[in-house]
Design a protein around this ligand. Sequence first.
Ligand SMILES: Nc1ncnc2c1ncn2[C@@H]1O[C@H](COP(=O)(O)OP(=O)(O)OP(=O)(O)O)[C@@H](O)[C@H]1O
Length: 603
Amino acid sequence: MPRVVKPKAAAGTAPAKKAAPAKKGKSKLYDMPEKVPEGTVFTDMTKGQWRIGKSIGIGGFGEIYSACKVGEKNYDAVVKCEPHGNGPLFVEMHFYLRNAKQDDIKQFKQKKGIKSLGMPYILANGSADVNGQKHRFIVMPRYGSDISKFFLENGKILPEGTVYRLAIQMLDVYQYMHGTGYVHADLKASNILLGLGKGGGAQAYLVDFGLASHFVTGDFKPDPKKMHNGTMEYTSRDAHHGVPTRRSDLEILGYNLIEWLGAELPWVTQKLLATPPKVQKAKETFMDDVEGSLKSLFPKGVPAPLGSFMKYVSKLSHSQEPDYDLCRSWFSTALKQMKIPNSGDLDFKLKPQTSSNNNHSPAKTSKVAVAKRAKKVDSPPVNSSIEEIISASEDEEELEVLPRKRQGTRPSPKARAAKVSPRKRVAASSAEQSTPPNQKRIKTEPNGTKSTPKATPKSSPRLGTPNAAKSQTPSASKLQTPSASAKINFSPAISLRGRQGGKTVVNDDLTPNPRSNKTYEFNFELDVSMDANVIVNVKRKKPAKEQAKSSPKTSTSRSLASCIDSPVTRVNLRKVNGHGDEGSPSTGRSPRTPAVTVRKYQR
Ligand SMILES: Nc1ncnc2c1ncn2[C@@H]1O[C@H](COP(=O)(O)OP(=O)(O)OP(=O)(O)O)[C@@H](O)[C@H]1O
């Protein structure tokens, strides 16, 4: 078995810092990896040695380090390392070994007459013991920045010409990959990296093949074990059924294109992401009338190539091979019309430019809109931890939580982890432990921790986009209780959203049955974020003295911060409408839901 050579043994290596053992997650399914100290040398299957450099990214499931071949100077490779038991890296490694040989990639490029292809390949792989735990690692070429960074910096939009170039490049990768019998199933901005070095900025690379799987060519058989796999925002209708298809990859690309062009996906606007079957339904409705749906997203005119592409995708059958040339032709024609060359560095700076059809939301690229978006990007992050209401009985103290900016309080890891795939739970808690907030070690997703309220230029197309104030998530500041921890049983119909957007989810905990009873645990400091104005009713056990004095029913309004005394026995959270009043069913008041109980438990 290849072994880890500690820095002492590696010639010319600076002493490695002592690694703090990574926090082990609770999940039995996916553990986060141990931290690999800088300077450690991994030996691969063919006895090649790789010196570990700085950590450059943490995905949902593993950590990525820069790496340098021992004997060379440049850290131009990366090592992706995960505990041996984790499935995704195993899948990714085998996909690369079988299907992404450098020779095959070269041949494909020659056949297609393209200079470069955004298909990564594997340089080496092996196993290593880190802090006594067996890890698997792969070595890959090192790429540059992921494009989600530019998307967020621009206020959730990319220049139209760049979107079309990216579409063409991703279709190239799909064509290569589908030619090997596999689909990717998880395309998103954070999985698209620019090349490094001279000319690198002209090519985008699709990474993360942890969900790669053989596509079906026979019958369409839904597979509950794979249902909803992917990243909820972009997962295709077929993937919601657990069926890997080529059209599914195209659909995922299509949803990303819509976002990159500045519109918000309806299931994001409607905050359905925590409930996969609702997202699935929304996507089905969307694709059933894709032209109409796109018109509502782009009221000033649907970008022509996007319209053609999405319409085409909606008509593909599940086992049909897509016509990649036809799809690319829509985007390249638009580029020609816009007089944007399909070469040179991809340009991520927003500037006024001619639209492909000159009719969709030109204000998106106006200086004013850009400035507005940039301003919004600076605003505090949104973290919709609780999507719907939690409601119980009436006899509680009433605490009003008004919307306000997050002020450094972070949702407790447990709260954030609610409803997250076990892998994500571990990732979140590990990141919390080891990453200072100003470091970009955690891969940031469009709606993730660095996320901002959707920047909505005046002319920007949106389906019922709530105004900024409404979409802001007030963070309940610390409501500390002596009981600190509690177990809450939600009624079956309640959906709790602790998941940060844009995260890959593997169907380990997402149940296709939305009505099953679910138990969530969270740190009962009520240090959670909520996505609307809410009324929090907390019933507390009264201290014996006070109980004797006061009447059984007291309903006192007071601030959350001052409420830290006796143990909580019951909690009632209720959304109020955007103006701060409770409203009624007809005025937008959230319906009450029964049966929320809070139980203390021993840590
Ligand atoms: N070859 C590479 N070169 C440079 N950076 C990389 C490379 N591969 C990955 N990264 C960085 O590490 C991050 C995580 O990588 P990756 O998506 O492969 O991990 P993951 O654990 O599968 O994540 P997830 O499934 O949550 O998307 C990427 O977003 C990127 O920032």
